[in-house]
Ligand binder design. Structure first.
Ligand code: AMP
Ligand code: MN
Ligand code: MN
Ligand code: MN
Length: 281
């Protein structure tokens, strides 16, 4: 078995460690094949690749694209693409585009319930000005003493129907898959158990994803229980999808699953890195 960790975040999106610090932590934890998958952003790929090389770890390029499907947000991880591909670079730039305005509106929503200065507060945690996210607001609200931890902030303020939630239209599923495929990579449905889909909606997601050329699904991730991993192992077989494994590590203080510290993929599945043998650097 290969210790592959193909999902994590750096300061280039909403993680708290640099690509270099992540590479060192992954290596120290025994990761043999690594991918940095910042949200809607590949600005950290060159650094991550060089850092992986420096510590002697194999690398696949990565990103996690925000997609709107059936009026909900779905995350599509892309792996093993050419990170200089123009359509991919441009598509991600457009996907990031509305975040600044959305953040201002989130701040206005929070001000209405008495939380002042959240935009400025969140900005202090932002490493990449094009990538202000809900996570940065959550860190500020913990710092300000409004909540005890980030899950509580999401529960009370940043999810559908709560004062700091602003609906947003992200990329289309078919576009995200096409950008990844046309750049030579493999598209993977991230943490499928984390969406609030009905069985019909979930079936539609997998069916359309596959029809658009998607080839993988995360089976083992930091946010799946053992039962959820077993369930999506079956889904992978049913839909003929390869399986991915990734911690979704964001921060030593916030993430309960560390880099590389995951159960193995169930044996009967095709690991996604087998589809990407010639893309491993
Ligand atoms: P955004 O792309 O700005 O909507 O932010 C999404 C990010 O928020 C995710 O990638 C997670 O890092 C974080 N997140 C979402 N839901 C939760 C939650 N319930 N608890 C903690 N973090 C969350
Ligand atoms: Mn995140
Ligand atoms: Mn995600
Ligand atoms: Mn993620």
């Amino acid at each position: 078995m290969l210790n592959a960790d193909l999902h994590c975040h750096s300061t280039v999106s909403d993680g708290t460690l640099s690509p270099e610090a992540l590479a060192e932590r992954a290596k120290a934890n025994g990761v043999e094949l690594w991918a940095l998958t910042d949200h809607d952003e590949i600005g950290g790929q060159q650094r991550a690749l060089e850092a992986a090389r420096a510590v002697g770890m194999k690398y696949l390029t990565g990103t996690e694209i925000s997609v709107t499907f059936a009026n909900q947000t779905v995350h599509i991880v892309g792996l093993g693409f050419d990170h200089h591909n123009t359509a991919l670079v441009e598509g991600l730039r457009r996907t990031r585009g509305g975040r600044g305005e959305r953040a201002q509106e989130m701040s206005e929503g929070l001000a209405k319930v008495g939380i002042q200065g959240a935009y400025e507060g969140a900005l202090k945690y932002v490493g990449n000005p094009e990538l202000i996210s809900r996570t940065h607001f959550a860190r500020f609200l913990v710092e300000a003493g409004v909540c005890k931890d980030t899950p509580e902030v999401f529960r009370k303020y940043l999810t559908e129907g709560k004062p700091g939630f602003v609906p947003h239209r992200w990329a289309r599923l078919q576009d995200a898959v096409k950008w990844i495929n046309d750049a030579g990579g493999v598209a993977v449905i991230a943490h499928p158990a984390r969406y609030g889909f009905t069985p019909n909606e979930e079936y539609a997601l997998f069916t359309e994803f596959k029809a658009h050329g998607g080839r993988g699904v995360e089976v083992v991730t930091g946010s799946h229980s053992t039962q959820e991993a077993a369930r999506y192992a079956e889904t992978a077989l049913e839909f003929g999808l390869a399986a991915s494994r990734g911690s979704d590590f964001h921060s030593p203080d916030e993430s309960h699953t560390d880099l590389g510290a995951l159960p193995w993929l169930p044996g009967q599945l095709t690991p996604v890195w087998e589809l990407l043998a010639d893309r491993i650097q």
